[in-house]
Design a protein around this ligand. Sequence first.
Ligand code: HAM
Length: 422
Amino acid sequence: MSINIPRGTKDILPGEVEKWQIIEEKAKEVSARFNYKEIRTPVFEHTDLFQRGVGDSTDIVQKEMYTFTDRGDRSLTLRPEGTAPVTRSYVENKMFGLPGQPVKLYYIQPMFRYERPQAGRYRQFVQFGIEAMGSADPAIDAEVISLAMTVYQELGLKKLRLVLNTLGDADSRKAHKDALIAHFEPRIEEFCSDCQNRLTKNPLRILDCKKDRDHDLMKTAPSILEYLNEESKDYFDQVKTSLDDMNIQYVIDPTLVRGLDYYNHTAFEIMSDAEGFGAITTLSGGGRYNGLVEDLGGPATPSIGFAMSLERLLLALEAEGITLNTEEDLDCYVVALGDEAKKKSVSILNDLRNAGIKSDKDYLDKKMKAQFKAADRLKARFVAILGEEELSKGIINVKNMESGEQKEVRIEELSTFVKQGN
Ligand code: HAM
């Protein structure tokens, strides 16, 4: 009996993987341009990290974590997101002491969430994310948003919508929280059990509830924007001004609440407006998390970041009909005829590759015609043909597949010949 792939995961095969490579390259290149450095953290962390970092009352921690006990009886969790691990690493490696603050990091790593799989939602997915740690300058909020938009736009996406909100500082949030409790409490029994639990712990989460989305109290819920103190209002204004200065368009949505607890001030999501994108339209999400470093044992460190999954980015590209150029060709295919020539082709191929030439040969003992066919399929620019006669003369016949021109070249000069693109 065959064994299938686990639900919510997928294989990325040759043909598809080239698209991933292009996106990963773009993410790396744009990150470097914005002066972000790569960080890699373990696939699993102590479960506590996410309970404390992401928040006990969030869906991620409540329902979606892949948690297991290892042989040493420790509770470990496959990381569901990257911000808590990067923050843990920032504290553990005392990056707050580095001279170059803010510390600007990016990652491209698989994440794991036990969610109900559907288009754009998987149990293992790859996030490209960045974290800028150690600056409370509103201009860096705009930088982070701009980086995300740049990656999308340079890959060709056009139907993007940046949705922006602020969650305010601790005081504003407290005032808003009280108002939310007062708003929902009298009729909380009309809400799902999750929301009933959320009421006192984290009423902001109620606004994010998928089950009670259409309840009339949702529409009239107090908006955070009415509870912002001067400082928070001012901060948000400066973020908006920086975005305006960079000509980045956005819409304000005071109901945008992110699904993780660590956020304050700026929160944003980038959505795809492409037709046929499907039910899940969020391409990426992020925001400020000024208290997280402190919560995880470090000094007060204002920070902001975002993450996007490569899976959703690929779906958006598809929905907008954008094809990435994944065409690959081969520089040289060596066709060998006869046992001696076949033997010799091994070292010829080795020399070509050592000279940096992308090359290949037949390993299935194919006839000449079939070898040419293989060269064609691989889009070889040159086919180098070696028979017994050529071998005895120390030459090889090289055919330029584009022009059809054929030339005799000394075997030891093959690499130079191909490199010159004759
Ligand atoms: P998040 O909103 O939970 O935020 O996830 C960010 C992005 O990851 C989503 O917008 C989506 O592109 C992708 N994503 C999430 N779940 C799935 C899934 N099951 N399948 C496919 N893609 C998914 C965070 O993770 C925060 N750590 C972002 C952040 C970084 N905030 C500050 N810094």
